[in-house]
Each structure stands twice: as C-alpha cells, then as structure tokens.
Design a protein around this ligand. Structure first.
Ligand code: FAD
Ligand code: NAP
Length: 894
C-alpha cells in the first residue's frame, strides 16, 4: 500500500496521523539513543514522551538523595568516544540532577528534542495488517502511523498505586518518590512518614531525617544495604578506564553484569574464614554493588551455602551500626538470599535509626490498618503526620508496556491477553503475533540485572541494525515465531535455575504487585552470554524470525537459538575457544596426559568422610581401587563404580568429583575400580576386570567398611558399559547379587548409525570420531557384537532394576535409550532420565555444570531406592547442610 493510501486510511479513522518510519515511546536513556541511531540510519522517527522533557527515570525520580547505584563512569553512554570525552562526572555515584543534566546534554549535542513530542502519552497501539503499519493513539495531539513501534518505556517507570486504604482521606501532603515534585518539597519541621524500605527509601530516609521534625519509617521487608562510600570517581576504576577505554568498554559488554569485573573461580569452601572475611571487608570498603555481588566467591550467587556466608557478614555490619538491638533485628533481612532482591547502596542509612527523631515501624508485627485524615493507623498505634512519602516502588518490567492498552497485534490479539500468564517474548525484544514491535530492555532480557546503560545500548544497536538490514533486503515486516519464543521461555527457565533469584519474592518476579502473575522476568544468564545469543540469531540467518516483503517475499529460518542448558553452552563455548586438538590425534599416552592435566584444573568436589586406596585381585592380577565413604557412621550400602574414558583413558580417581557428589547425595559408599585399559589391554579385559572386581567387592564389602549383601553398580560412558555388562555377567555366572544399576550415558552397542551419532557428531566434546577411535583401540570389529561390549545385543531379561541417564546432545544418546527400552520390554524395572540440553559430560562436571544437580539428585534417589533406603537422604545421614545447587560456571575457566 502506498504511503498516500496509508495516510488517507489513517486520517479517515482518527484525524490526520503523523507518518514516520519508526515511533519511539520514551525519552530516557533508551529513547534518546534510539532516536540518534535511527536518524543516522536514515529512518524518520518520532519520540513520544509523557514527561515534559528528556531523562526518563532521572526526570521523574527527584526525591532527596536520588543517585545511581552503578558507578557513573560505567552508567554512561559509550557509543561515541567524543561524547565520552566531552563529559566528566563529578562523583562516583552521580546525583539525579547531574544525570538529568547529562541526558539533557546528550539531547542537545545530537539535537534530539526536535523529534520528541513531550507531554504526550501513548494510550493505544494497533497493527494494521493491510498497510503493515502500526497506528498509535496518544492523549495529546495527532496519532502516529509508523512501520515500526518501539517501546523504550522503561523497566521502572510505572509507579505502583498506594494499595493502602484511605490515602484520599489524608489531609496532609502525599508524595511518591517516582513522581517527586520538580520544585522540591519543604519537609523542615514536619512529621513525615516514609512507606517502604527499597532503594528509593534507603537513599532518601537519611536526608529526610535531617530535615523533618520526626520521621517514621514503615517497613514491610528489610533489605540488604551497603555503604556507597561516595566521593570522586575512584582512581583505580578511573585509571582502568582511562588506560584503555575501548578494552574497558568491550569487557563491560562481555561481562555478566555490564561492568568489567573478572569472573571469580574460587568457591567459598575453598577459602578459610579469614580469607573470606578479608574478601568481604575489601568489598564492603569498595562501596560497589557489582563488586560485592560478583567478586567474593564464585558460588555466592548460585549456592545457598555460599550466599549465606555473605548474608551473615552483612548482618554483623547492621548489628554494629544500629545501637538499639530491637531496631537492628527489625532492620536485618532474613527472608531472601543476598542479591536475589536488588540490594541498595546507602549513605548513613542504618546510622539514621540511631537519631532520636527517627522511628521504625515493623509492619510484619503491626500492619497498617488505614491511612486516616491525620496520619497512619497500625494494628497497635496511630501516627499523626504532616507528610506521607510513598517509596513503594514500581509495577516493574511490564507495567509501562501494559499501561498502553490495548496493544493489538496480528488477528486482533491484545498483548495483555497474550501475556495473561506472564510476559512471553523472544529475546526480551519481540513478541510472536506482534510484527515490527520491539521493546528495549523488555522482560526476557538482562535489563534490570545489569548496568542498564550497557544493556540499553546493546538493544538499541541490535534493533536499529536489524531494521536497516530488513529495509536493505526489501522486507517490510519482522516477527518472531512461536517456536523461537517458546524456546526462549524454556531457556529463561533453565537460566533461572542457575541463580538464587527464584528464592525471593521481589519486583523481579512481580511479587510486589498484588495480583500480578509471578515469574522471574529479567534474563539471568548474564549480559555477555545474552549479547552473544542475540548475535548468533543474526549470524544464523535471523533464526526464529519470519520476515516478509512485497509480492509474497518471505524468509523464515525457524528454530530455537539456545537448546543447550545455559552452563553447558558456556562450557562448550569455553572449550571451543581453547581450540584443543582432537583427543584422538594425541595417541593414547598423549590423551591420558591431556586428561590428567585437564582434570587438575577442575574443582575437586566437596569433602566427604574418608577416601581410602587399595588393590583388589582382578581377572588377571591386582587392580587399584579407591573407596569414597560418607562422613556418617556405616556400614553403608556399596556402589561399585566404573569411570568413563572410552576403555582407554581415566582411572579410579578420574571421576572423583562425581563420586564425591554421589556419596554426599546417597549416603552410600562408592568403590571406584581401576580396570585395565586399551590399547595395552583390549577387549574383553575391561569387562572381565569389571566383573571380577564387582565380585570381589561384594565378597569383601564388610572389610571395606560397607554393608554386606547385594551391591549396586554404576558407571559413566564406557564405565556405564562395564556396569551394564557386569550385570549381565553376574546374572549368567551365578552372582554376585546386584541390587541396581545406574548407567550414565552408557555405551551399549557397536552400531554408529543411530541419529544421535549424526546429530551430535561434532561440537559436544565427545565426538563421533573420538568414539570411533575408542572402539578401534579397545575392540576389533569381529568382537564388537559380543554382549560383553555391546550389551544391547545380549540377553536383557532378569537384570537388576536400572536407572539410565541419556543426554540430548550426546552421540551415545540413542543407544542408551535403546538399552533402557530393551530392558523395560524384557520386564526389568527401568527408569530413564533423558536430560534435555545436556551433553555427555554434564553430570560428571560437578560444580561446573550446575544444571546437572537435579539429574544427580534423581540418580541418588534411584540408588537409594535400589538399596532399600528411602529416596530422600535424611539430615542424620547427610554431611551437607543444604542440597548444593552447585558452583558457578566460572569454575569451568579454571
Ligand atoms: P526510563 O528512563 O524509565 O524512560 C522511559 C520513559 O518512557 C519515561 O520517561 C516515561 O515517561 C516514558 N513512557 C512510559 N510509558 C509511556 C507512554 N505510554 N507514553 C509516553 N511515554 C511513556 N539502572 C542502572 O543500571 N543503574 C542505576 O544506577 C540505576 N539507578 C536507578 C535509580 C532509580 C531511582 C530508578 C527508578 C531506576 C534506576 N535504574 C538504574 C534503572 C533505570 O530505570 C535505567 O537505568 C534507565 O534509566 C532506564 O532508561 P529507559 O530509557 O529504558 O527508561
Ligand atoms: P522497591 O525496591 O520495590 O521498594 C519498595 C518498598 O516499598 C519495599 O520495601 C516494599 O516492601 C515496600 N512496599 C511496597 N508496597 C507496600 C505496601 N503496600 N505497604 C507497605 N510497604 C510496601 O522500589 P524502589 O525502592 O523504588 O526501587 C525499585 C528499583 O529501582 C530498585 O530495586 C533499583 O533497581 C531501582 N532504584 C535504584 C536506585 C539507586 O540506588 N540507584 C534508587 C532507587 C531505585 P516489600 O519489599 O515487602 O514489597
């Protein structure tokens, strides 16, 4: 449809519409940069902004003490080195007026205001299928007709309503921190209430206390706050930036939170108390949120134990700062992990409660009953007030988007309906069914869990680059597919299992707004990984997007961009960057040396009761073994364990982290067997050693400190093969009694023609060619159908109950499934874990692939059931206080 026809159509409906290529809603950090980039890319654009000027957050939030909580040298635009050179921040954390001045400076420098319609709120938006344009209604002036509609409306721009009865009856003054009057508020000599103790309150309370006759703080949930130690920008960070600005900015873009700090690899339990305290004190003195959230120890954000140590150290600080113990106790956070809710940076916050004119009211003990004409009544008391300040926060992430209602996409669908069960997006940028619609820092992107300046620039660059590419290719619409969007939802959920955010009720999850659907809205996988995913979407031909153009032109490369578990993806990316030679090219000795070296760098696993080495008589001479014992009193059921390594690599110690972890989770004893390897000892040596060792261990269980009676067998990869074969041999050779078998990614057959061998031939560490090599070294082609190496070809009746684990991205996946199914068909009790998004090593990379934890929990439960124990380990049997969800991926880098 021609532009003239579009104009006619638009004006017919609602008066003459302003015609532009792109409408941008919002004139904060995001909207301003968008307008600049769009203009440079040759698009006509209009900005629509409810406020009277630019600034967004920094226009509205003028309460006393408002500042940024990311150091200002990081919380700045980086797209133009000349802009960076032209502006100097005066403080480590700039005040709201200074940030607002900066955004005004940016608007002037690029002459942006001329394209912005201020005091103009967007009220509705409708996609017109025929013209392939959005029609946007405002509360002030002409509607807008545009090809693309971009909401740069902010994650924290829709203040929450008061939700407390009687506000209208109050005869005094009422203020919202998020809508603070421009000409200031005189609080001198007044009786002031602040409701809320989030960041806005924590920044404003000390300053309000200095002015007011009396300040009463109404606290529902205490928050962690850290001293900002504000002042001039710190010299160490400044010199880092100034010595190599480009690298500093590049590192920020690749970092987890948008500020360049290194990944920590040391986990809390590897440090002594003194070392942990030293790190903590250094972080406390730094006065930097990103520092304390990322630099203490690698497990602080992913592990409840690692996190609790930080919590306790901060609690000590609160007790030291607040004189009245009852007030200190009330101010001490107790219901969420540190960092799971946004912590606050403060200046004199806790000390303010030592002032005689400040009272803390703990709403958990005495909830607010009502706001009356003269003040606030709680269950126990009445507070006479002149001023009430609501520091009660925002309908975050989705509030401003949903406030434009309806946003009607394809087939008349409203965004509110599509999001009825929570926001669904692809990349946090787009929504299926809503063509040419974009959100900057929308739900599903790192946004509020990052330095927003970095995330905003990344989104703006990605969107404008895509619009330019779309135009240049002659397409007129772009829209994500349902497949891609559903995949992103799964990836979001997988990521959320990695961190502790899911354990707190916060505005990140929508818990602060009554009736809002709950779910973690920001992307928790990190800024750098997220950026690489967005880039991958482009490099894979706009994966997950449908593009259309005139005369039926269309392109759709459907699919999910991330099918791996997030930590598996990081590990594989890391391995790819190491550019290692193929293991099979190293020769057996070289490969063994490589594996030994590789294993030295990995986390060793948490302490267990005892580790004892010994030798046992194998099929043909002594074999080494290593016993891993729980810390609890025995005797424990015995699991005979066979390590992985393609019958060629590894030894009784090489799967130590896995053995330790399983001992902790099962409360059982693992005896790992050092069976002999190929090529020195070819088939059937490993199988016969495995069987002989199992027999000996069963007969000597009591001597080893284990429970006499049936043993269990377990193994990973080639070790899974030996475990499976051992069960068949034990059945056929009159024992020993085996109570159950755990087969983790086992080799079960010599055929290479199953789909998983093709689908996962390369790229997932265990490759098809590596498997060829293992087979060649171990077993001649004539022997390969022997059930002692291809148990799938043996008799599978009357075997012990089995738990079979297979991983989606593993060449061995299908033969593992086939073996499980064959046993089940033959009447063997079989449970399967088909691990989505995992690779061959997911479960043995303990403390590296954190998402492997739930699988190991299931494996442990199965072993316990096989041994006749209740599936859940009891406190008394456990030597771990909590079920540890593992360690940070960073450990992989070691
Ligand atoms: P905003 O700045 O929120 O701008 C969105 C604009 O859209 C607003 O001006 C709003 O009026 C307008 N708008 C919304 N809906 C409509 C509509 N329907 N019609 C017309 N206009 C509309 N992040 C950090 O990374 N570091 C910090 O230190 C930090 N400090 C913060 C301090 C406070 C007090 C708050 C509230 C947030 C803070 N944030 C911080 C988050 C902050 O919101 C972002 O850093 C950033 O300012 C967001 O920019 P934006 O342009 O995306 O959105
Ligand atoms: P917030 O973190 O959501 O805090 C709101 C506070 O009000 C909470 O203590 C909340 O208690 C309380 N509250 C809400 N409704 C209430 C009710 N009906 N009755 C009693 N108490 C109620 O909001 P915010 O302080 O405005 O901060 C929001 C986000 O903006 C921050 O997390 C941060 O990302 C950003 N911000 C940053 C800075 C900065 O330092 N740069 C400053 C301000 C804001 P519950 O916890 O029990 O819900």
């Amino acid at each position: 449809m021609s532009d003239a026809m579009v104009a006619t159509r638009a004006s017919d409906e609602r008066g003459t519409a302003q015609q532009v290529d792109v409408a941008v809603v919002g004139a904060g950090f995001a909207g301003l940069y968008l307008l600049h980039r769009l203009r440079k890319a040759g698009f006509s654009a209009v900005g629509l902004e409810e406020a009277g000027d630019v600034g967004g957050t920094w226009y509205w939030n003028r309460y006393p003490g408002a500042r940024c909580d990311i150091q200002t040298i990081d919380y700045s635009y980086t797209f133009d080195p000349e802009l960076e050179a032209a502006w100097t921040w005066s403080e480590k954390y700039a005040t709201q007026p200074e940030i607002l001045r900066y955004l005004g400076f940016v608007a002037d420098r690029y002459d942006l205001r001329r394209d912005i319609r201020f005091k103009t709120r967007v009220t509705e938006a409708r996609w017109d299928e025929a013209s392939e344009r959005w029609f946007i209604t405002t509360d002030n002036g002409a509607p807008v007709s545009c090809r693309h509609y971009i909401m740069a409306t902010g994650c924290l721009s829709a203040p929450k309503p008061p939700e407390i009865d009687g506000v209208k009856d109050f005869k005094g003054e009422v203020y919202f921190t998020g809508r603070w009057p421009h000409d200031g508020v005189n609080l001198a000599g007044k009786r002031v209430a602040v409701i809320g103790t989030g960041s806005s309150a924590i920044q404003s309370i000390p300053l309000i206390a200095e002015q007011a006759a009396h300040l009463t703080v109404f606290q529902r949930t205490p928050n962690f706050a850290l001293p900002a130690h504000n002042g001039p920008p710190p010299s160490d960070r400044m010199s880092l930036l100034q010595s190599d600005r480009a690298t500093y900015r590049a590192q920020a873009r690749q970092s987890m939170a948008g500020v360049p700090y290194p990944q920590q690899t040391v986990v809390s339990w590897q440090l002594s108390d003194a070392e942990r305290r030293e790190r903590f004190e250094r972080a406390w003195a730094a006065g930097d949120l990103v520092h304390i959230l990322t630099q203490l120890w690698a497990d602080q954000a992913v592990d409840v134990d690692g996190n609790k140590i930080v919590q306790d150290l901060i609690r000590e600080k609160i007790r030291a700062a607040v004189k009245d113990p009852e007030t200190a106790a009330a101010l001490t956070p107790h219901d969420h992990p540190f960092g799971a809710k946004r912590p606050c940076l403060d200046t004199n916050y806790y000390a303010t409660y030592n002032r005689p004119n400040v009272t803390l009211v703990n709403l958990r003990q005495e909830p607010i009953k009502a706001i009356t004409a003269s003040g606030i009544s709680t269950n126990g008391r009445s507070f006479a007030l002149d001023v009430i300040v609501f520091a009660t926060g925002f309908d975050a992430m989705t509030g401003a988007i949903r406030a434009v209602h309806p946003i009607t996409g394809r087939d008349g669908k409203s965004l509110s309906d599509v999001w009825a069960q929570g926001p669904q997006t692809y990349l946090g940028l787009t929504v299926a069914g809503f063509p040419n619609f974009f959100m900057i820092t929308g739900p599903g992107s790192p946004s509020v869990l990052s330095n927003m300046a970095v995330s905003i620039e990344q989104h703006v660059d990605w969107v404008v680059d895509r619009l330019a590419a779309l135009r240049d290719a002659g397409f007129t619409t772009i829209e994500p597919t349902e497949t891609a969007q559903a995949g992103w939802g799964r990836h979001m959920a997988d990521c959320s299992m990695l961190t502790l955010h899911r354990l707190a009720n916060t505005w990140y999850t929508g818990a602060n707004v009554p009736g809002k659907v709950q779910g973690l809205m920001p992307y928790t996988g990190g800024v750098g990984p997220y950026r690489s995913i967005c880039d991958e979407v482009v490099s894979r031909g706009m994966l997950g997007f449908r593009l259309t153009g005139p005369d039926g032109a269309a392109q759709c490369n459907d699919g999910e961009v991330v099918r791996l578990q997030p930590d598996v993806r990081l590990v594989l990316n890391l391995l790819a960057t190491l550019n290692l030679p193929p293991i099979e090219s190293m020769g057996a000795e070289g490969a063994r040396a490589f594996v030994n070296e590789f294993n030295k760098g990995r986390p060793a696993g948490r302490p267990i009761g005892e580790i004892v080495d010994g030798t046992l008589p194998g099929a043909d001479g002594p074999l080494p073994y290593r016993v891993y014992k729980p810390a609890t009193a025995g005797p424990h059921p015995v699991v005979v364990y066979f390590h992985g390594g393609g019958w060629v690599l590894g030894d009784e110690q090489s799967d130590e982290p896995f053995c330790r972890d399983m001992v902790r989770r099962t409360g059982m004893m693992f005896v790992s067997v050092g069976y002999r390897h190929a090529p020195e000892h070819r088939f059937p040596t490993a199988a016969e050693d495995g069987y002989a060792a199992t027999r000996w261990i069963a007969e000597h269980a009591a001597e080893l400190g284990g429970r006499p009676g049936p043993v269990l067998v377990a193994g990973w990869s080639a070790g899974g093969n030996i475990a499976a074969v051992t069960c068949q041999l034990a059945r056929d050779r009159g024992g020993p009694d085996i109570a159950g078998q755990l087969l983790v990614c086992p080799v079960t057959d010599c055929s290479f023609d199953r789909p998983s061998y093709n689908d996962n031939a390369t790229g997932y560490f265990l490759t098809r060619s590596l498997m060829y090599w293992f087979w060649d070294l171990y077993c001649s082609p004539a022997d390969r159908t022997d059930p002692r190496v291809s148990p799938l070809r043996g008799k599978v009746e009357n075997l012990p109950p089995a738990f079979v684990v297979t991983c989606e991205f593993d060449p061995l996946r299908d033969e593992g499934v086939a073996y499980a199914e064959a046993m089940a068909a033959a009447g063997v009790p079989v449970e399967q874990l088909r691990a989505r998004g995992h690779f061959h090593s997911s479960f043995t990379m303990v403390d590296v692939v954190i998402t492997g934890v739930s699988g190991r929990v299931q494996m442990a439960g199965a072993l316990r059931r096989f041994a006749g124990l209740p599936p859940e380990i009891s406190r008394g049997e456990s030597n771990q206080e909590h079920d540890s969800p593992g360690r940070r991926i960073a450990a992989a880098a070691s």
